[in-house]
Design a protein around this ligand. Structure first.
Ligand code: TRP
Length: 335
């Protein structure tokens, strides 16, 4: 009963790749036993960059399916779709009034994303939504009174803002929100297969990443054509492409194979073909149950609808309680 609460969210911007899985989603799955976990698919955040309505709706449902296929359990954790919990947006407004313009303009992600927009299409503009994105994120976190937020480096600044908002709110209206702490876990960092100096990401194109639900032959093919080096060096500094394949094997939990291959590397007898075979097989084996579960879930649209609604309803009843308290504290009428 006394479990601490963990909250994290993911934007429904398309397929999860193995970099996202090892970097975040696997961790979310593992946290489910020890913590009271709340996870969200944040469709409102996805509206802050140019997007297509049809794809957004599809991607939101697909992300919900994919998280369950990858191991999130809607019986153990609360899994919500952000726009189905309208209390988040209401709290965002209230939080906007305890957030300064100055601190929002210092958000590096806002600067990066507004640069992307300005360089891109003529019809898009930097929206007020993009500017207040971190306030919505603070509402996601604080509305569930989360103790911990598993985040990557890129979200540290947003989490810090959430803490500042909590502190300012508490100073102004009375102690109410806990200050959410980051939860760091050691995670492997996967690099692009085609350009292993860069982090694995979808935006670089298809040959750079492996989708978590990708077909077996496609996984093997991509691993086979991964960039390595000309070989021949015994031991010493590994090239980034070779190191990346080792990272993949280890991340898949194949520790014996990992040690044996490393041994071969160190004595100069490693064939990259063998390294790639093991990496490809490990990934295929790891992801097979995910693919099967995804197929099964995708066939049952009614079940998915029901899961989305039931789970978001759980989130709503919690969020509503917080919002009522907040209205009481901030001088709003509570109907
Ligand atoms: N901004 C996060 C990202 O892009 C997504 C997010 C929204 C989030 N709300 C959150 C993450 C709350 C953690 C907690 O990755």
């Amino acid at each position: 009963m006394n479990k601490k609460r963990v909250l994290s969210c993911i934007q429904p911007t398309g397929e999860i790749h193995i970099g996202n899985y090892f970097g975040a989603v696997r961790n979310w799955v593992n946290l489910q036993d020890k913590y009271d976990c709340v996870y969200g698919v944040v469709d409102l955040h996805a509206m802050t960059m140019p997007y297509s309505p049809k794809e957004l709706r599809q991607n939101t449902v697909q992300m919900f399916i994919d998280l369950i296929a990858a191991g999130l359990d809607p019986q153990k954790s609360v899994l919500f779709v952000q726009s189905l919990v309208p209390q988040h947006t209401e709290l965002t407004w209230i939080f906007s009034c305890v957030t300064s313009y100055g601190e929002l303009s210092r958000m590096t992600q806002f600067k990066d994303k507004s640069d992307q927009i300005e360089k891109g299409s003529k019809n898009s503009f930097v929206s007020a939504g993009l500017f207040s994105y971190p306030v919505l994120q603070a509402a996601d976190i604080l509305i569930y009174k989360a103790d911990f937020v598993p985040v990557g480096k890129d979200q540290e600044q947003h989490l810090e803002l959430s803490r500042n908002i909590a502190v300012r709110f508490n100073n102004q209206f009375g102690q109410y929100f806990p200050e959410p702490q980051p939860l760091y876990t050691e995670v492997p960092k996967l690099m692009s297969l085609a350009d292993p100096e860069k982090k694995m990401s979808k935006s670089m194109g298809n040959k750079h990443f492996i989708g978590l639900f990708e077909a077996e032959d496609s996984i093997r093919k991509k691993v086979k054509s991964a960039v390595t080096d000309t070989g021949g060096q015994a031991g010493g500094q590994m090239s980034p492409g070779v190191a990346n394949l080792f990272t993949i094997i280890k991340a898949c939990g194949k520790l014996n194979e990992y040690e044996a291959l490393l041994n071969d590397y160190n004595n100069g007898s490693l064939q990259y073909k063998d390294l790639k075979d093991v990496a490809g097989n490990s990934l295929v084996e790891l992801t097979r149950p995910f693919r099967l579960k995804r197929e099964e879930l995708s066939k049952d649209t009614q079940l998915i609808r029901r899961l989305i609604n039931e789970s978001s309803e759980k989130a709503r009843s919690f969020a509503e309680k917080t919002l009522n308290d907040v209205k009481e504290l901030t001088g709003l009428l509570n109907g």
